[in-house]
Design a protein around this ligand. Sequence first.
Ligand code: ATP
Length: 247
Amino acid sequence: MTVLRTHDLTLGYEGKPVVRDLDLHVEAGEIVALLGANGAGKTTTLLGLSGLVEVLGGRIELDGADLAGVGPHQIARRGLAHVPEDRALFTDLTVRENLQLGQHSRRADVAPALALCPELEPLLGRRAGLLSGGEQQMLAVARAVVGGPRVLLVDEMSLGLAPLVVTRLLAVLREVAATTGCGIVLVEQHVQQALAIADRGYVLRRGRVALEGAAAELRRSAALLAESYLGDDATEAAAQAATGGAP
Ligand code: ATP
């Protein structure tokens, strides 16, 4: 079942297109990696799906319903959760309060989110601002999951985190997809790791889809992919992966 679909979607700022003619789809329980060099339009795409960037053309369907004219709060209520790059936690509130105040989750039970992220259980009384970066990121993911979203957008989750922490967080996402049937769009700088847990991927280049396919296929051609589309950092990462220097 398709939980998210875009048709010829064009997004931009002040009327100027940044992402053009985007056709993507996400199935229930699927993880889709959204890749591309800096400035390719990945964050803009996620913001556009959440209703936070202007739609200049085309349309978005969430669970089969057109989102034209629907505002960000309403989109969230309809089941689209967004974990932004800055995590957007309430740092003065406790972990428990963050979970309880999670987007549109006032009546929701936090137990399933804690089952997916058991590391948070002993931290429930701690202020979010006192957590490590990895714990904060896990809290951001758990909070997004509390409301039982149909689609989860995750932006640069691994920024500044140790590789082992990233591996654990990616495993959490895989479990979220498998156990809740939520479809996940993952923007990730660790291309190899993202493709290792994703089902499919799209590569954006200057705001357009340059390449798409099964994650396993994209992974096999990772060196080429990095060289062609992802810029120097990713080329280096792919080279390391090819020589066994990365997972
Ligand atoms: P990065 O990994 O660097 O965040 P990205 O693929 O997420 O890259 P975006 O942040 O979506 O790329 O940026 C795509 C383009 O949109 C860039 O050229 C950027 O300068 C432009 N852009 C981003 N935010 C704004 C804004 N608020 N106003 C105008 N242009 C913007």
